[in-house]
Design a binder for this molecule. Structure first.
Ligand code: URA
Length: 443
């Protein structure tokens, strides 16, 4: 068998096999090797199997801070950078931009009320978002349940909407960090998503390329999150904050609990409905608490003092921006949202206190009901998902409804119920769930 690899191509300055061996043997890659690796992979001069081997070596042996910063910069350089420097908000002339990124969880609809809420205070929010894959939901899938709403905007449309409304939630264009798109798809099928240097550089390359002035990261910890344990989540948060600060983006992170779903809904249309409740001054306490806290962090990062985001949820100012934001993207904020054709109720098996409602189990159930997709080409059902009737801490009685499962395709109920078999833990009355929503702040 003839051995061929990149070294046979004399036009290339490095050999992919040498780079893999360096990382395999716990060495550090030089800046030039990193620049070449990202560029060569993007244009197809490094094969998928070589990149997969390198990703696995990075997952096992890590990268130092200099390597991660260079890897991130190389991914940014693989595409375009957005520029919001021409932005002048009419109210007060502020031209600061702030964004939030969540590492993903179950029932995490916070972006929906948060973006218009922050825009109330004159800070522009360019929220370039993604679709869900696996058990975690995607912001764009949720918003697409609003009749007429359009996720794809040109860069000019994004700028015009930021200028006009102050908030945009839309799909990240193909031009932003294209190296990440290719790399992420490969990591997804080679068991290498969980490498902290690769997650941190993937998220931060897109956020830095997006051109935001400041960034608040919501790093989730728990069964429904990427990072199941706190030490790993903390390491990821610290790595991303350092990358942001080094790139001149004012960045802070909150570590937040994803052991149980956020709010009382996990799905698409039902999460929009709950977000609108929050914008109307109501909604579940945990969703309100996290929305307000993240708004405070974003506003502080953007240099806005003395703002009261909780008041802007109560008095309708955030709802006004939401209505304008949805209309600007073709949606009708007053339209009736899609409703699933079929429903089935899951009942509490015993009397007591609900001490645990497992996020991963609920996320998998919502996904199996049709709210999420198994492959990125799949369509999602707008009405599917899980509506919860109790949160940890609630007293429940045997036979009371605990959750309602929603889908258009009832053959999905059995598999969803399987996922929920051990989701709820009910303990004797007087017990308390051991959960804090906001675990720590990292700056
Ligand atoms: N989200 C991303 O954008 N990239 C990752 O690697 C993980 C989560």
């Amino acid at each position: 068998m003839t051995e061929t690899h990149a070294a046979d191509n004399t036009a290339e300055p490095f050999d992919a096999v040498d780079i893999i061996r360096t990382k395999r043997d716990k060495g550090a890659l030089s800046p030039e090797q990193i620049d070449w690796t990202i560029d060569a992979y993007t244009r197809g001069a490094i094969a998928d199997e070589q990149m997969a081997a390198l990703n696995m070596a990075i997952l096992l042996n890590g990268m130092d801070r200099t390597e991660i910063a260079r890897w991130t910069a190389a991914m940014i350089a693989s595409g375009e950078r957005m520029d919001f420097s021409s932005l002048r908000r009419p109210d007060g002339g502020l031209k600061y931009t702030s964004d939030k990124h969540s590492t993903g969880g179950v029932g995490d609809k916070i972006t929906l009320p948060l973006a218009p809420l922050v825009a109330v205070f004159g800070v522009a929010v360019p929220q370039l978002s993604g679709r869900g894959l696996g058990h975690t939901g995607g912001t764009l899938d949720k918003l697409e349940s609003i009749p007429g709403w359009r996720a794809s905007l040109s860069n000019d449309e994004i700028l015009a909407q930021l200028q006009d409304v102050g908030a945009v939630i839309c799909a990240a264009g193909a031009g932003l960090a294209p190296a990440d798109k290719k790399l992420y798809a490969l990591r997804d099928v080679t068991g290498t998503v969980e490498a902290i240097p690769l997650i941190a550089s993937s998220i931060m390359s897109k956020k830095i390329a997006e051109g935001t002035g400041s960034l608040v990261l919501d790093v989730k910890v728990g069964s429904g999150a990427f990072m199941k344990d706190e030490a790993k989540a903390r390491e990821l948060a610290e790595t991303m904050v350092a990358l942001g600060q080094d790139a001149g983006v004012n960045t802070v992170a909150l570590l937040t609990n994803m052991g149980t779903p956020l709010g009382l809904t996990a799905g698409n249309a039902i999460e929009v409905e709950e977000s609108v409740e929050v914008l109307a001054g109501g909604g579940p306490a945990d969703v309100v608490e996290l929305t307000v806290r993240l708004a405070e962090e974003m506003l502080a990062c953007a240099g806005v003092r003395d703002a009261d985001p909780a008041a802007a949820l109560k008095d309708g100012r955030a709802m006004d921006v939401w209505n304008r934001m949805i209309r600007a993207q073709g949606g009708d904020p007053a339209a009736k949202l899609p409703v699933a054709r079929e429903s089935e109720v899951v009942y509490a098996p015993a009397d007591g206190v609900l001490v645990e409602l497992d996020a991963l189990s609920v996320g998998v159930a919502a996904w199996r009901l049709g709210a999420g997709r198994a492959r990125k080409e799949d369509a999602v059902q707008a009405g599917a998902g899980v509506r919860m009737h109790a949160k940890p801490g609630a007293v429940v009685r045997a036979g009371e409804p605990l959750m309602t499962l929603l889908t258009d395709t009832p053959e999905r109920f059995d598999r969803a119920k399987e996922a929920l078999e051990h989701a709820a833990v009910i303990a004797p009355e007087g017990s308390r769930p051991a959960q804090r929503l906001i675990i720590d702040r990292i700056a």
